[in-house]
Design a protein around this ligand. Structure first.
Ligand code: URA
Length: 428
C-alpha cells in the first residue's frame, strides 16, 4: 500500500477501506509514515468528510494503537461519561456518584482543563490528599467495591489519537466532525465501558458553538459506539452561559457538594438528570421516563449520591472534613440596572483562566482557590451597583486584570429575556 495513493484517494472524495485506514494509523504510530503525509490526509478528510464505516474504522484503528482496559471481571452495567467541555461544568462530580448509588459501575477517566474550559481532574486535585493516580488494580477494586472511581487519563490509551490530535492542532484540522468523533470515542472505547453517556455542549462557551454541528457530532459518536458494539446516548446541552453559578476549581467542588445535598442550582441538576435518565434508558428501554426520574430523584433526595461521593473521596485518600479554601473575595458591581439578557460563557471561562483557575498551555500550574461565583444570570434583574459576581482572586491586582473583560460578559438591557432552554435533544 502506498500512503501517497491513499491521500489522493481521499482528496478525490473516494472511500478508504478499513485496511487502508489501519495501515495509515499503524504507520503513523510506528513512525514509518511521516507527519506531513498524515497532515495532508487529515486535510483531505477535513474537506471530503468520512462515511460512517470509515469513521468507525478510524476509531477502531486508534483504539488498537494502544492499551485497552478490560472491565469484564467487574460485575454489573459499566457506564462511562464524556463531556465535550464547558464553563462551570462540574456534572461529573455529581453524576458519577449518582450513577454508582443507582447501581451502575463507573470506571471514569477524566482529563485536565485547557483554555477556557475546566477539567474534572483539576477540580478533584483541590481536595487535600485526593489521588487521581490509582494503580490499575486499585482502580478496578474500587469500582467493584464502591461502584465508582475517577482517575486521570493513563498514558497509553489510544496513543495514535494523542499523536494525531497534536498534529491536527497545528495544521488547522481539528474542526472536522469525523476526526473529533473518532478521537473522543477511541478514548472512551479503550476505557472499556459497555454503555457511554455523552454530554455534547453547544453555544458560546462550547467547543461546538453551532447547534447543528453539535447534533451532527453527537449523532456520529453514537453511531461509532454502535458500530463498535457499545451502547451510547448523547444529551445536547446549552453552554451559552456557564452551568451553575460557580466557575473555578474548589468553588465548583463546593457547588457539586451542594447539589448532592439537594441544594445546588437547577440547571446543573437538569443536565445531571438528563444524563442519568439517558444511562438508565440504555439499559431499560421498556421503563417509562416518569418512573426512571422518580427512582433517580429518590436516590438523590435520600442522600445516597452524596454518601457515594464522600465514600469515593475517602477511598481515594481525599479529606473533606474542612471547607475547601478560597482566595480573597472581590465584588464585581453592575454599571447599570436592567435585566441580564446575555452572559458570555467563553468570557467567564477566559477570566477564570486569567485568574489562574485554568491553563493556557498544558504545562501551566493552576490555583485551586481562585474562581468566580455568578450572582446574576440570564433573566435576572440587577440594580446599578449590585453584585454581578464575587471574584476570588489572589490579590487586588489580579482582580483588576480581569475586571474589564469580566464586566463585558454581562449584557444588561431594559427588556427581560428568558434563559435559553438547557437541553435541546437526546440522541440515541
Ligand atoms: N477532544 C478530543 O478528545 N478530540 C478532538 O478531536 C477534539 C476534542
Amino acid at each position: 500500500m502506498q500512503t501517497y495513493e491513499l491521500i489522493v484517494k481521499k482528496r478525490d472524495g473516494k472511500t478508504l477501506t478499513p485496511e487502508e485506514i489501519e495501515f495509515i494509523i499503524d504507520g503513523y504510530v510506528g513512525e514509518t509514515i511521516p507527519d506531513y503525509q498524515v497532515a495532508a490526509l487529515a486535510m483531505a478528510i477535513y474537506f471530503q468528510g468520512m462515511s460512517k464505516e470509515e469513521t468507525v474504522a478510524l476509531t477502531r484503528a486508534l483504539v488498537k494503537s494502544g492499551e485497552t482496559i478490560d472491565l469484564s471481571d467487574i460485575e454489573g452495567i459499566k457506564v462511562d461519561k464524556h463531556s465535550t467541555g464547558g464553563v462551570g461544568d462540574k456534572v461529573t462530580l455529581v453524576l458519577i456518584p449518582l450513577l454508582a448509588a443507582l447501581g451502575f459501575r463507573v470506571a471514569k477517566m477524566s482529563g485536565r482543563g485547557l483554555g477556557h474550559t475546566g477539567g474534572t481532574v483539576d477540580k478533584l486535585e483541590g481536595i487535600p490528599g485526593f489521588r487521581i493516580d490509582l494503580t490499575n488494580q486499585e482502580f478496578r477494586e474500587q469500582v467493584n467495591s464502591l461502584g465508582a472511581a475517577i482517575i486521570g487519563q493513563t498514558a497509553n490509551l489510544a496513543p495514535g489519537d494523542k499523536k494525531l490530535y497534536g498534529l491536527r492542532d497545528v495544521t488547522g484540522t481539528v474542526d472536522s466532525i469525523p476526526l473529533i468523533a473518532s478521537s473522543i470515542m477511541s478514548k472512551k472505547i479503550a476505557g472499556g465501558a459497555s454503555n457511554i453517556v455523552l454530554d455534547v455542549k453547544f453555544g458560546k462557551g462550547a467547543f461546538m458553538q453551532d447547534l447543528e454541528q453539535a447534533r451532527h457530532l453527537a449523532q456520529t459518536m453514537v453511531e461509532i459506539a454502535r458500530g463498535m458494539g457499545r451502547k451510547a446516548r448523547a444529551v445536547l446541552s446549552c453552554m451559552e452561559q456557564p452551568l451553575g453559578r460557580a466557575v473555578g476549581n474548589n468553588i465548583e467542588v463546593m457547588e457539586a457538594q451542594a447539589s448532592l445535598e439537594g441544594q445546588g442550582p437547577a440547571d446543573l441538576k437538569e443536565v445531571v438528570m438528563a444524563l442519568a435518565v439517558a444511562a438508565y434508558q440504555m439499559e431499560k428501554p421498556e421503563m417509562d421516563i416518569d418512573s426512571i426520574q422518580e427512582k433517580i430523584e429518590t436516590c438523590w433526595q435520600k442522600g445516597q449520591a452524596r454518601d457515594k461521593f464522600l465514600q469515593l473521596v475517602m477511598a481515594q485518600g481525599g479529606n473533606l472534613s474542612e471547607k475547601l479554601p478560597l482566595a480573597p473575595e472581590f465584588i464585581l458591581e453592575a454599571q447599570q440596572e436592567g435585566y441580564v439578557q446575555g452572559l458570555d460563557a467563553r468570557s467567564i471561562g477566559r477570566a477564570s483562566m486569567v485568574l489562574g483557575a485554568g491553563r493556557r498551555v498544558k504545562e501551566e500550574k493552576i490555583n485551586h482557590e481562585v474562581g468566580i461565583l455568578l450572582h446574576k444570570k440570564i433573566g435576572d434583574w440587577v440594580d446599578k451597583g449590585e453584585a454581578l459576581a464575587a471574584v476570588y482572586a489572589s490579590d487586588q491586582g489580579q482582580f483588576k486584570k480581569v475586571k474589564a473583560e469580566l464586566g463585558r460578559a454581562w449584557s444588561i438591557q431594559k427588556e427581560r429575556k428568558d434563559p435559553p432552554s438547557l437541553i435541546d435533544n437526546i440522541i440515541g
